[in-house]
Design a protein around this ligand. Sequence first.
Ligand SMILES: [Fe+2]
Length: 601
Amino acid sequence: MKILGISAHYHDSAAALVVDGVPVCAVQEERLSRHKNDASFPESAIEWCLDHAGLTPAQLDAVVFYERSMLKFERILTCALRSFPRSWRSFPHAIKNSLGEKVWVRGIIASHLGVPRSKIFFTSHHAAHAAAAFFTAPTRRAAILTADGVGEWATLTAGHGERRDDGRANVTLLREIRYPHSLGMLYSTFTAYLGFAVNEDEYKVMGLAAYGRPTLAAQVRKLIRRTPDGAFALAPEYFEYHTTAARSYSSMFVELFGPPRSSYDPIDLDTAEGRRFADCAASVQHVLEETLVDITRALQRETGLRDLCLGGGVALNGVANARILAESGFERVFVPPAPGDAGCALGAALYADRVYFGNPDRDVPDHPFWGPHVDARELAQAAREDNQSVQDLDEPALLDYVAGELAAGRIVGWMDGACEFGPRALGHRSILAAPHSSEVRDRLNRDIKFREEFRPFAPVTTVEAAGRYFDLPPGGLRLARFMSGVFPVRPEWRSALAAVTHVDGSARLQALEREMAPRLYALLEAYGRRTGIPVLLNTSFNIAGEPIVNRALEGYSTFRRCGIDLLVAGPFVMTRRASARPAPLEEEIACSQSAAASGAV
Ligand SMILES: [Fe+2]
């Protein structure tokens, strides 16, 4: 069966194609439209998926949308009526949104694709999250927890998934917590309060939390009341997201935590105000973690299972994921590369395949690379036409050269194969740099990523070397496969890994298996041979406000517009002209100096 999954109309629209039970391709609309967090109907993503598979819409057996639009509309309507007249301002806005697009999804899909309405299906939103988490994980039985802002009504679901010996597979959701009680909304309310963009900047709250202490945890606990059955309820008097689109927190919230931060004011951690904001972030992070640990611990006891699959946007919280692994009793925790709403496109297609249609379960390749491939020749041609230096090197020479440049403090744009599906760059669309120097980190923040200083960069290393540099608990390597966990950097390596060690001594590690991204793995080996430490700084290949680069020309354009020194794709290495190159770093690692002294560089 050929099944197209679609997510759209909230944030991070995407399309994914599953053929005979196996994903063929998946891509977020933003990577093609170049509008970050593009929420529109993913026309380009669908077109690319069909083109890539050589299919026409008429050849599709089913098109599956990632939520039940009418239920979502019912929730918006019910909540608006319940809180009337306070909601009267937001009501027309909500209704317009729903009536405009969300409710009439079947008609929109039918008219865009020209497929009969009988081929169009819907999953519940959290079933799509659960399917994206379970059906992509290499486990036969696992508990499942999904948590996000909100789907139709559910904001958190708990259940389990099973691959049976007869080839059938299923996910069963046993319980749910319903809107407006939502861990995602709690976190997003603090995201808004701290002056960041909701549904986009939640990871900034997590980054900021490391600078603070959870001194306000008792106040946060007033917002989220634990119920006797192990669940939770938000105290409605502190929130307004369910009554108005203008503000998510109430005046009582402001009384409790003080004035909110304006998004235009920088966060100065040397001031009492700056520290208060960091403490707010640390406190909501702390309460989120303890709530998730309690819920997952109860789920482990209830199911008796060893594996847990996490889905939904909350599963992007790597600090919470690591605590769940350490404290819940589950031995392995699986988080897919795209646990958020974009991943629901794939989840919806897999759910339809296994559960609606009852097709036999198939192993899903355990990698994130489902998007368009980079055309290295296109990139080299653009560079040559632009009078940039292009070298065409064989693989050993290229790896040795790039490793040497990295060791000397250069910053490298790295494009390889198919684009990642999900928000993380996991080795195919990455900016790479030496991990040792905080100057490299500051230059990346200032000249390339144009972003706040408090945000950490992530390291990538090989699975074989990870335990030497990072304090990984049992099961940590799995969580680090798609950069889904934050772990301590071993104290003795923190100065050598200063650019990737957060202020609290932690790092959001990617532990790479050779088979997943062989080229990056070989580069890590080459860099390790040269410097003694096979670890690189790995951040997404984009500049602030733009989606991760996809095609060759987007990589080239980003390379030209910011301070990246080298761009690598296929056998080609493009080097920024010397006149445009930043001054060499004052501090270079001792090993690279000794390598230089021996003539190796
Ligand atoms: Fe979601």
